[in-house]
Design a protein around this ligand. Structure first.
Ligand code: SF4
Ligand code: SF4
Length: 145
């Protein structure tokens, strides 16, 4: 399987960068603020364009979405993890996030960023930082470069 197909398979099982787990918002550039994003400066998460774990505006998604590759996709591109291995990491991340939501009494995944210091969230936050945002930290998605 080539990288694009493998990444598509993994992302369709994941959605963590769109459902509020990793980021609270997507910054919109002037170029983005047309069409479905007209008038907005940022796209709050969970994204209203996410259905299940798939983006419904994929062809028109903002620059910050197009430019974002998490650590897991970097590892997949570099051959450090197989597609099946990446899917296992996604499943484990989903499990830890759901567990943190219950144990910390959060209203949903979108509260995880704000509750990152809660010890009940530590297994999920540590795992997310290692496999998804090691270089970024929680909060808003990085400005597109
Ligand atoms: S966090 Fe990574 S693997 Fe998950 S949907 Fe986003 S880019 Fe894809
Ligand atoms: S526009 Fe699409 S890729 Fe960007 S955050 Fe929303 S669902 Fe995710």
């Amino acid at each position: 399987m080539d990288f694009v197909s493998a990444a598509s398979t993994v992302c369709r099982a994941c959605g963590l960068c769109c459902d509020g787990t990793l980021f609270t918002a997507v910054p919109l550039t002037a170029e983005d603020r047309t069409g479905v994003f007209v008038g907005a400066t940022r796209l709050t998460q969970p994204c209203r364009h996410l259905e299940g774990r798939c983006c419904q505006v994929y062809g028109q998604r903002p620059l910050a979405c197009r430019r974002f590759d998490c650590n897991l996709l970097h590892a997949l591109r570099d051959g450090e993890v197989t597609t099946d291995g990446a899917l296992d990491i996604v499943l484990e991340a989903q499990r830890r996030v759901d567990e943190a939501v219950v144990k910390a009494g959060l209203g949903g995944r979108a509260q995880l960023v704000a509750a990152a210091a809660n010890p009940a969230c530590a297994p999920a936050v540590t795992y997310l930082q290692v496999h998804f945002t090691r270089l970024l930290g929680p909060g808003a998605r990085p400005e597109p470069r």
